[in-house]
Design a protein around this ligand. Structure first.
Ligand code: SF4
Length: 381
């Protein structure tokens, strides 16, 4: 195996390979068109805590810096980008301080100087340039390596360290470039101070990653950037306004069709529009809630975008805690008929309700008329 004549915008990394696997179109926006994503608070938080730990392990003395020094470094190098507001940022900053304090108390007494902190590697796998950074590499007494990657997210899936490709890549890099075997791979989940440890990867997992690296490089070089939309991932994608999947179509679909091919075009277009409308509905509701919350917090009644204005109007709705009493009142005053209108779904429910006597349901059915209709169910292939 060997990738030839590659045309990559930059060496591959664990995150760029994952991004390509998530959606090739998204990879294109990020690395070919070089359109940056919006800053995310969880990346800023992760980087802030990581750099404080890098500082903690940077001492070349047998003792680490003091806790006060670590926390001062953390505050000084705090990354503010991407937080929703000041309150959220402050909460995260405090959480980070707590994490670092607990980490310090646990690990300062057993402080050792790692072989590498933030070990930056560049290697070639079957002709594909690959780059990355390992949070910490320790050398064990027998000369082999222990690789540690810190995680600051809310939770770490059970058993993830056993197969995760990020750790496989780090093993590959350390063994290729540092010349000794890796004996231990771990994800260190900082918020819970727990470590998920896995043994050295066998050749099957290493080979499978190498194949993925080469196939990803070949697909990128071959300009394979077809979007792979999915409701959940598109909902959070910064590139959605630019994405061809969600751009309005200039030509309307044909009003009539004559061939099998036309039918399949209409089915696909209909399916796509349904998927888009679901995603757009979800996004619109989410944004509406965010805007209303902001209006309430700031006391706004009206605010402006570049193309639209939003006005908050007072709304109200009636609720009837004692429904029975309410209905009795309506009946007593001959108002019941004014608010009760038979609807097709309610009548269908009555006709299908087995708790209602069947002769009664038959009589009811005799008063109604059943009209044949066509329903269309559409599922992704
Ligand atoms: S919106 Fe969806 S399909 Fe388009 S780039 Fe983003 S993830 Fe891919």
């Amino acid at each position: 195996m060997g990738a030839k004549n590659l045309n990559l915008p930059r060496p591959l990394s664990h995150s760029s390979i994952s991004l390509y696997a998530e959606c090739p179109q998204k990879y294109k926006f990020r690395y070919i068109d070089r359109i940056p994503e919006k800053p995310k608070h969880y990346f800023s938080f992760g980087s802030s805590v990581h750099s404080a730990l890098e500082y903690f392990y940077s001492s070349k003395e047998p003792t680490p810096p003091s806790l006060d020094e670590v926390l001062a470094y953390y505050k000084e190098h705090w990354i503010s980008a991407g937080y929703k507001n000041q309150a959220q940022e402050e909460q995260y900053r405090e959480d980070g301080e707590e994490i670092l304090t607990l980490f310090y108390r646990k690990h300062a007494p057993e402080y050792h100087i790692p072989l590498f902190v933030e070990y930056q590697f560049d290697m070639e796998i079957d002709g594909v340039p690959v780059t990355g950074k390992v949070d910490r590499v320790d050398q064990m007494p027998d000369g082999r390596f222990s690789v540690v990657d810190y995680k600051t997210g809310k939770a770490l899936a059970k058993g993830r360290a056993a197969t995760d490709e990020q750790l496989t890549m780090y093993q590959l890099a350390c063994e290729k470039l540092l010349g000794a075997e890796v004996c231990r791979l771990s994800f260190y989940h900082l918020p819970s101070l727990t470590e998920q440890v896995a043994e050295r990867r066998g050749s099957a997992l290493v080979r499978s990653l190498e194949k993925k690296i080469v196939s990803t490089a070949e697909a990128i070089s071959g300009r394979e950037f077809s979007p792979t939309p999915e409701e959940k991932k598109c909902f959070w994608c910064d590139y959605k306004p630019l994405c061809p999947v969600y751009k309005p179509q200039s030509a309307p679909p044909p009003a009539a069709f004559a061939t099998e091919e036309d039918v399949s075009t209409l089915i696909d277009r209909y399916g796509e529009l349904l998927a888009q409308s679901k995603t757009l509905d979800g996004e619109a509701n989410f944004l509406k809630d965010e805007i209303v919350a902001l209006f309430e917090k700031k006391g706004y009644v009206r605010a402006f975008g570049r193309k639209y204005e939003a006005v908050r109007t007072a709304g109200e709705r009636w609720e009837f805690p004692d429904k029975k009493k309410f209905l009795e009142f309506l009946k007593e005053h001959s108002l019941y008929d004014r608010v009760l209108a038979p609807s097709a779904p309610k009548i269908r429910d009555l006709l299908e309700d087995e708790d209602i006597d069947s002769s009664l349901r038959k009589k009811l059915a005799a008063l109604a008329e059943k009209v044949e209709t066509s329903e269309l169910r559409i599922e992704p292939l």
